[in-house]
Design a protein around this ligand. Structure first.
Ligand code: FMN
Length: 198
């Protein structure tokens, strides 16, 4: 596999190396987000790069990570993200109907560019918004929408065929397994057709 296809197929991780990420790379991630598609091109998203060690460790307690595999999958200190990007939306200017799509497009650009540089990421939406806003001095009209956890890859998760549960799991060797519906199950050609097994 090569190029962007490989990046998209392989991107997934929940455990990181301790190695720090150069600020220049973090800035490039934000630049990728900045250029994502935006409904009405409203320009309502801003970003905070968090790479200060003390802030990062405090930050971690405000995120609910990997709920399906807790406590088994809880991260020891040396496997935690080494940086974060907070995705902020100016709610005075945002279009209520579309801002979540805008965030989605911006976040995906970050995740994919990061992976192309060997950096894994996790999109966090179950977060303690008020605590994070206080910690990062974010004014009240700015919504802390999502947090992207970042760190160099330290695992190789496997894709499994989705049967009936969305839950990811870790096996006895601590390998993370994530299930997805197969291409055959979700693809239609020209017309919607009923496929017996969904
Ligand atoms: C909108 C959104 C919110 C998410 N919020 C969280 C979160 O709060 N905590 C977490 O551990 N993972 C979160 N995730 C990551 C998903 O759990 C993960 O993408 C999913 O399990 C599929 O795994 P994969 O990304 O490895 O394919 C979120 C993903 C999306 C798209």
């Amino acid at each position: 596999m090569e190029g962007i296809y490989r990046v998209i197929i392989q991107r997934r991780i929940r455990r990181f190396k301790k190695r720090s990420i150069a600020l220049n790379l973090l800035k490039k991630m934000v630049n990728c987000a900045r250029l994502a598609p935006l409904a009405r091109n409203l320009q309502t998203i801003e970003y905070i790069i968090v790479n200060n060690k003390e802030l990062c460790s405090q930050f971690f307690s405000y995120l609910k990570g990997a709920a399906y595999i807790s406590p088994q999958g809880d991260l020891p200190l040396d496997k935690r993200p080494v940086a974060y990007i907070a995705i902020l939306v100016d709610m005075k200017k945002a279009d209520q109907k579309y801002f979540a799509y805008d965030v989605g497009a911006a976040v995906e650009n970050i995740l994919l560019f990061a992976w192309s540089k060997d950096i894994g990421s996790c999109w966090m939406h179950s977060i303690e918004r008020e605590n994070i806003a206080f910690l990062l001095k974010v004014p009240s009209h700015i919504r802390v929408d999502s947090i992207i956890s970042l760190g160099y890859k330290d695992e190789k998760p496997q894709i499994e065929k989705f049967i009936d549960s969305p839950k990811y799991w870790k096996d006895n060797f601590r390998v993370l397994h994530v299930s997805k519906r197969s291409l055959e199950e979700i693809i239609h050609y020209n017309y919607y057709r009923n496929i017996s097994r969904r």
